[in-house]
Design a protein around this ligand. Structure first.
Ligand SMILES: [Zn+2]
Length: 335
């Protein structure tokens, strides 16, 4: 992603691990009551919305982050990224999902053609006519920027992917009957040249959206939520001015309900990221990103983007906020 780098000073925010009481409170705040007919570990309301009753586990998410970093630098087209893809697919299958690949060539890429592969899995209730249902996309990029040193992208590339994998486990435990939740792992977000200059960026999301339009599926995609750089040990999200204001308000309300609004910053900025591909075809999209990674953003795209500057607590905070907001985003999609 890209934008001018502001100089900001902020306080260290940490939050306690999720307790059983906070899990119950979060579910109560979503207005959900238990009903018969839902699968094990789920509850649902009269409109058919389901909510997971298993909690987001930040230790699992952290292990997903460590696994990715262990593959080393993971730029588009690399063997390490293929290993990452196989890891993603294995984890998605382990929670009962059926991942599929979206592979394509980008002949126009600088320095020669690259092959790019998105991985996606739809969470759908058994027996639901998924081809007619609205879709909420939760996405992240899993490639890392190719730089002139071993860049492992713990935060930039790794963190969103780690959280989305753990969200997959939780969301798949309670498939929604009238909304498809699409988990989308995007390749080729990073610019191949050093600087971010269109069209050398967002290869995976631009292709996915083009494919949505070509197969007539774009109008069913009602919302897109992007996670990027959310592992920063000092997590304060940067409100993005391109993002859809209703989706952001839903997120703010959810954060407030959990007492976590201190993790949303006050200074809004224009951030160019994968959500722009969705906005370009009229799909409401929201970028959840902390674009102030270290003092004056100095860990961004540097050798300092390591596990040492991320934390399980931050993965926990973002995971809980997204899960608290998800039922409202799903309602937004059904309107
Ligand atoms: Zn990056």
């Amino acid at each position: 992603m890209s934008h001018p780098r502001p100089k900001l000073v902020r306080m260290l925010h940490r939050s306690p691990r999720r307790s059983i009481r906070s899990t119950v409170r979060a579910l109560a705040l979503t207005g959900l009551a238990a009903c018969s007919g839902a699968g094990l570990g789920t509850s649902c309301d009269a409109s058919g919305a389901s909510a997971p009753t298993i909690a987001f586990d930040s230790i699992r998410a952290w292990k997903h982050l460590e696994a990715q970093v262990a593959f080393g630098p993971r730029p588009a087209g690399s063997d390490a990224l293929e290993s990452t893809r196989q890891y993603l697919e294995a984890q998605l299958r382990a929670v009962g999902l059926e991942p599929r690949r979206e592979t394509f060539d980008c002949p126009e890429a600088p320095y020669g053609p690259i092959r790019v592969t998105n991985v996606l899995a739809d969470v759908v209730a058994p027996g639901a006519d998924s081809a007619k249902l609205p879709i909420v996309v939760l996405c992240t990029h899993y490639d890392t920027k190719k730089l002139g040193f071993p860049f492992v992208g713990a935060n930039d590339g790794g963190s969103g992917t780690a959280v989305l994998l753990e969200l997959a486990r939780v969301i798949a435990s309670a498939p929604n009957r009238d909304v498809v939740t699409r988990l989308l792992f995007l390749d080729g977000e990073e610019a191949i040249r050093f600087d971010w200059q269109d069209p050398d960026n967002r290869y995976g999301s631009r292709h996915h959206v083009k494919a949505l339009v070509e197969r007539g599926e774009a109008e069913r995609v009602k919302a897109c939520i992007l996670l990027d750089m959310i592992g920063d040990a000092e997590l304060v999200l940067t409100p993005d001015t391109y993002s859809d204001t209703q989706l952001m308000q839903i997120f703010r309300d959810a954060a407030k309900s959990l007492g976590l609004e201190k993790h949303i910053g006050k200074r809004a900025e224009q951030i160019k990221d994968d959500h722009l591909s969705f906005l370009a075809v009229g799909i409401p999209a929201l970028d959840l990103i902390d674009f102030e990674y270290g003092p004056a953003n100095r860990y961004w795209h540097t050798a300092d983007d390591t596990l040492a500057h991320c934390s399980p607590q931050s993965l926990d905070v973002i995971g809980r906020m997204v899960l608290a907001a998800l039922p409202e985003w799903q309602r937004f999609a059904r309107r």
